[in-house]
Ligand binder design. Structure first.
Ligand code: GLU
Ligand code: ZN
Length: 322
């Protein structure tokens, strides 16, 4: 092939096409207009290309359905979250022009009372008990069982009935919710039909860590209900969380479950999800090396398979991807 033909080919490739799956487009068309979704990063580090890919889905689908995005800072884990990461991620999202001063936002640490009230309501309807088991102790009790993909809690402290109180005592016991056997059948807008039985996947759900922080599952379920989120968009790494969050939401009295969309993750060359090792894809690194906001969004869209070629796309045009 001549050099000229080669250049033409590269030029042709540069014009990216939107490559949304037809089945996803059909499913999105069924979603109500004006829906409410959220972007819910944890401030445990800097944003990387994987977060940007997730943000494309969140803001893109919200735009396509004339919906609304809430920015929720999930800083429930007092040990791992840092205010400087919150400030950095807000600044990065502003730089990308995904948010501005008018964007609705919430920070979990701003409303501790919300979780205390949710716990009190759960205690009326379900069995909440104190659990003093460490992860290590739980894992050791499971050594004779076939290996599972996640740590399964065997109900030890519930069956022993060793703890009389669930009063909040930081540094002492954690709190667990008994999950009676129940199977949840639901559709994910991207991953299709799902069936999950939380009592067999994870066992009784931890609501509060022994160190005193509320857990991810508890906070996210309480917040998604309180903040009236009707569409949850996040990566497939959280698909297994849906059944237990739905069971918890029902116990909390949420009348209608949210729609769910779990998108593919950006993985590195070894198949690991990016968040594990984000050095070169940190948004800060891309910004420092001269990328524009639209180039970063285009890079993420291409990497996650939403654009056939790497080509800049502005935040206000993301709805076009869907
Ligand atoms: N805060 C979670 C994370 O950063 C996302 C939670 C969710 O979208 O449900 O992985
Ligand atoms: Zn226990």
């Amino acid at each position: 092939m001549s050099l000229f033909a080669n250049i033409l080919r590269i030029k042709a490739l540069k014009i990216g096409e939107f490559v949304i799956l037809p089945s996803l487009r059909q499913n999105l068309e069924k979603l109500p207009l004006g829906l409410r979704t959220r972007f819910a990063p944890s401030p445990t580090g800097y944003l990387h290309l994987g977060h940007v890919a997730s943000a494309l889905y969140v803001w893109g689908i919200a735009q396509a359905r004339q919906g609304h995005v809430l920015l929720r800072i999930e800083d429930h884990d007092a040990q791992r979250c840092r205010p400087e990461f919150t400030a950095a991620l807000v600044e990065d999202l502003e730089w990308l022009q995904l948010i501005d001063a008018t964007t609705e936002s919430s920070i979990q640490s701003d409303h501790p009372q919300r979780y205390v009230a949710a716990l009190a309501s759960l205690e009326q309807k379900a069995e909440v008990y104190a659990c003093t088991c460490s992860r290590k102790a739980i894992a050791e009790r499971l050594t004779r069982e076939p290996p599972r993909s996640e740590l399964f809690y065997d109900g030890y402290c519930r069956s022993q009935r060793i703890h009389a109180t669930t009063e909040l005592t930081p540094g002492g016991a954690g709190l667990r919710l008994h999950l009676p056997p129940q199977t949840f059948v639901f559709d994910d807008l991207m991953q299709g039909a799902q069936e999950q039985t939380p009592s067999l996947q994870c066992g009784d759900l931890l609501l509060r860590e022994r160190a005193g922080s509320w857990t991810y599952h508890f906070c996210v379920t309480v917040d998604d209900a309180e903040e009236e989120i009707d569409l949850i968009i996040r990566g497939t790494d959280l698909l297994d969380a849906c059944g237990r969050q739905r069971q918890l939401a029902e116990l909390l009295g949420r009348p209608t479950p949210p729609y769910l969309l779990h998108h593919p993750l950006i993985v590195d060359e070894t198949g690991q999800k990016l968040s594990k090792r984000f050095g070169s894809t940190a948004l800060r690194t891309l910004r420092a090396s001269g990328y524009t906001p639209a180039e970063v969004l285009g890079l993420a869209a291409h990497t996650v398979g939403l654009l056939s070629a790497e080509q800049p796309i502005a935040a206000r045009d993301l709805g076009g991807l869907f």
